[in-house]
Design a protein around this ligand. Structure first.
Ligand SMILES: C[S@@+](CC[C@H](N)C(=O)[O-])C[C@H]1O[C@@H](n2cnc3c(N)ncnc32)[C@H](O)[C@@H]1O
Length: 254
């Protein structure tokens, strides 16, 4: 789907967000706070607009995206930037490689976002930071009603005029509505092992900026690894749970 919208993707975003997309990018860049010499991974980087802004700090930035169309368009626009075609759920990097990992408007599109979060944790150095910019849930009921009305009734009209592939944007409303709220995403980050988790609402919560850290403390990291090993280890059947009904109930409990 993203292959088909790559060329006009950034312009469509600017129009649909009423110019806010630039502000959200600037806030994300400030939260990542890239430093010269750091190694930063921008996941689901699209055409590389955010990655290019991060690279201006003097950091080494890798822009990773699943869509070959996005990667091709990104390479055309930013020849100096390092693009990698890859999957957020299986990052093609070793453990502890990056000082910071960021993803903007991408986690919602990944099939198993919680798997992607554990991958982000894995490739970060101890003490490394994660920054997630994603659509979220405005806390005010009045704002939410206006926003959903815009998504349902106004956005399709704008998309028809501004996008090269209106079909590709039809799913946007549903995916935003289905996406977890700020507290749930924070909990997902903690479950993936991140500490110092927090978020900040942008544009009254239409977008939220979540952040977290891979623990510097080795004992904390070890407890995350143990918890993960326990949750992925195949369950041993005891003799008392050998009957099919007992096996069923143990799966449900888990
Ligand atoms: C809405 S765009 C966001 C692009 C860019 N981050 C931005 O802010 O403009 C979502 C991007 O996520 C990418 N994507 C979706 N699933 C992915 C996955 N599993 N791994 C990597 N990228 C993925 C798509 O190809 C698309 O470029």
């Amino acid at each position: 789907m993203f292959d088909g919208v790559a060329r006009r993707y950034d312009r469509t975003n600017a129009v649909l967000s009423g110019g806010n997309a630039g502000l959200w990018r600037a806030a994300t860049r400030r939260a990542v706070n890239p430093q010269p010499g750091e190694r930063i991974l921008d996941i689901a980087a699209g055409t590389g607009t955010s990655a290019a802004a991060l690279a201006r700090s003097g950091a080494t930035v890798i822009a990773l995206d699943f869509s070959q169309g996005m990667v091709d368009e990104g390479r055309r626009r930013h020849p100096g930037l390092d693009f990698v075609q890859g999957d957020a759920e299986r990052l093609p990097f070793g453990d502890d490689e990056f000082d910071a990992v960021t993803i903007s408007f991408g986690l919602r599109n990944v099939q198993r976002p919680q798997v992607a979060l554990t991958e982000m944790y894995r490739v970060l150095k101890p003490g490394g930071r994660v920054v997630i910019c994603e659509f979220s849930r405005p806390p005010s009921r009045v704002v939410r009603a206006g926003y959903y009305a815009y998504l349902r009734h106004v956005m399709p009209l704008i998309v028809g005029a501004a996008s090269s592939n209106p079909e590709a944007y039809r799913y946007l409303f549903e995916s935003i509505q289905d996406w977890p709220d700020q507290a749930t995403l924070s909990q997902w980050l903690r479950t993936a092992g991140f500490t110092k988790v927090g978020h900040r609402n942008l544009t009254t919560g239409v977008v939220a900026l979540h952040r977290g850290r891979k623990p510097q403390n080795a004992a904390l990291r070890a407890s995350v690894s143990q918890r993960r090993a326990r949750s992925t280890a195949p369950k041993r059947r005891s003799s008392s749970s050998a009957s099919p009904s007992a096996a069923r109930s143990s799966t449900t409990d888990h």
